[in-house]
Ligand binder design. Structure first.
Ligand code: RB5
Length: 151
């Protein structure tokens, strides 16, 4: 997978996002920073939509979103067609949401976990590939729901 990643945050995830930008660059990623670039109060759906569109368009294979809990970002990002955003707080979920769900955005809570835990989770997320097989069928079912089909 191309070593490119989109990242964004609100005020609840500002410090963590900046640490993750540096960390991802150390890992050799080209990082598209969709803000915020100074700590001001912003509405997380605005940033979630920017990063989700960047991933859904194919400009970036993966994305990271950080807010206070990771939940608001995931709810908003998942409204964009083609996005599978997972709010995670530990490394097992961060790894398996790539392997089994083919998630393309990892959402983190800057007020929930510390930066070192976040780095371990991000590294697992960006280095793990989708397993396919039986999981492909299930991800296809998620796509079908998105299209309004009844399973
Ligand atoms: C902002 O205070 C907070 O609501 C936001 O960062 C996020 O946690 C929402 O899910």
């Amino acid at each position: 997978m191309e070593k490119k990643i989109a990242i964004g945050c609100d005020h609840g995830g500002f410090e963590m996002k900046n640490e993750l930008v540096d960390f991802l660059k150390e890992l050799g990623f080209e990082v598209g920073d969709f803000g915020i670039v100074e700590k001001v109060s912003v509405d997380y759906p605005v940033i979630a939509q920017k990063v989700a569109n960047a991933v859904a368009s194919g400009d970036y294979p993966l994305g990271i979103l950080v807010c206070g809990t990771g939940i608001g970002m995931s709810l908003a990002a998942n409204k964009v067609k083609g996005i599978r955003a997972a709010a995670c707080s530990e490394v097992y979920s961060a790894k398996f949401t790539r392997m089994h769900n083919n998630s393309n955005i990892l959402c983190l809570g800057g007020r929930v976990i510390g930066p070192e835990t976040a780095k371990i989770m991000v590294e697992a997320f960006v280095t793990t590939e989708f397993e396919g097989g039986r999981h492909e069928r299930r991800v296809d079912m998620i796509d079908a729901i998105e299209k309004g089909e009844t399973l």
